[in-house]
Design a protein around this ligand. Structure first.
Ligand code: NAP
Length: 261
């Protein structure tokens, strides 16, 4: 896909994987709309990539975990006269711990950000892409999408939703000129673990730039979904080889808190 003089909207662009998408797509000539809560970080990113690549970056500071956030974002984008060619639904977070011990407000925000806002933004920006006959929706899922995850039950379920929704969407869009892709990173070296806690960290962490490269290669090939990294790909295959019960038991062991060293 040629990103020159296109506009890419990236949610969660202030840090981590979202910021890496912003840097790479700006380097490929795309204007950007960057969204997150941290306006200072978005402004710093805007200054950096505008200077480096001569593209235009619109900054939209917004809490996307709030009801009505997608409609508000669409309104602000339309006001600026921008047509979105590529939508990257990347903003998301996880919580760690038993559901019975969780903060209901935080859980509701997680479901809203990871699922509702992602779906709402897709539904709002997709029709114009289909009308123009080109574009892409890239939704960031996770390797957590492939099995239930005790202690991250809500997070795993939200990412299973993202994967299912996006693959179905990719099928619906066949022949339209618009692509949908679910990217499933495994553990990636970002501030994600500062939010969820280090106890959620499993396996060797890959770099955000590797997730971006995997995404763009899969987009080129027209794939509906892709797992980032060979080791992560092998891990996501294992639920197909054993019973669901065994998969659940393995996931329970993997997320079991380790005794302090
Ligand atoms: N890192 C991993 O190991 C990993 C693995 C698999 C999947 N993922 C997925 O990758 C995506 C990006 O995560 P990351 O690893 O890059 O973590 P991150 O560095 O913590 O980035 C999360 C981004 O989402 C934004 N965000 C969080 N809550 C928001 C809200 N309420 N409204 C608007 N923006 C919000 C954050 O910005 P503000 O705080 O400024 O709002 C930040 O830009 C997420 O969907 C995550 O689930 C990550």
């Amino acid at each position: 896909m040629d990103f020159t003089r296109k506009t890419t909207l990236i949610t969660g662009a202030s840090t981590g994987i979202g910021a890496a998408y912003a840097r790479e797509l700006a380097a490929r000539g795309s204007d950007l709309v960057v969204v997150a809560r941290s306006e200072d970080r978005l402004r710093a990113l805007q200054e950096e990539v505008e200077a480096a690549h001569g593209v235009t970056v619109h900054v939209v500071p917004l809490d996307l975990a709030r009801p009505g956030a997608a409609a508000e974002l669409q309104r602000r984008v339309e006001e600026s006269g921008t047509a979105v060619d590529v939508l990257i639904n990347n903003a998301g977070f996880a919580t760690f711990g038993a559901v019975a011990a969780s903060d209901p407000t935080r859980i509701a925000e997680q479901v809203h950000l990871n699922c509702s806002t992602l779906t709402d933004l897709t539904t709002r920006f997709l029709p114009a892409m289909v009308e123009r006959g080109h574009g892409a929706v890239i939704n960031v899922a996770s390797t957590a999408a492939f099995q239930p995850v005790p202690r991250m039950a809500v997070y795993g379920a939200t990412k299973a939703y993202v994967l299912s929704f996006t693959e179905a969407l990719a099928s619906e869009l066949r022949g339209s000129g618009v692509r949908a892709l679910a990217i499933c990173p495994g553990a990636t070296d970002t501030p994600f673990f500062e939010v969820v806690g280090e106890q959620a960290a499993v396996g060797v962490r890959r770099r955000p730039e590797q997730v971006v490269a995997t995404t763009l290669a899969a987009l080129r090939k027209g794939r509906p979904s892709v797992v980032d990294g060979l080791l992560n790909r092998l891990v996501t295959l294992s639920p197909r080889l054993v019973s669901r019960r065994t998969t659940l038991a393995i996931a329970e062991r993997v997320t079991r808190p380790r005794p302090a060293a």
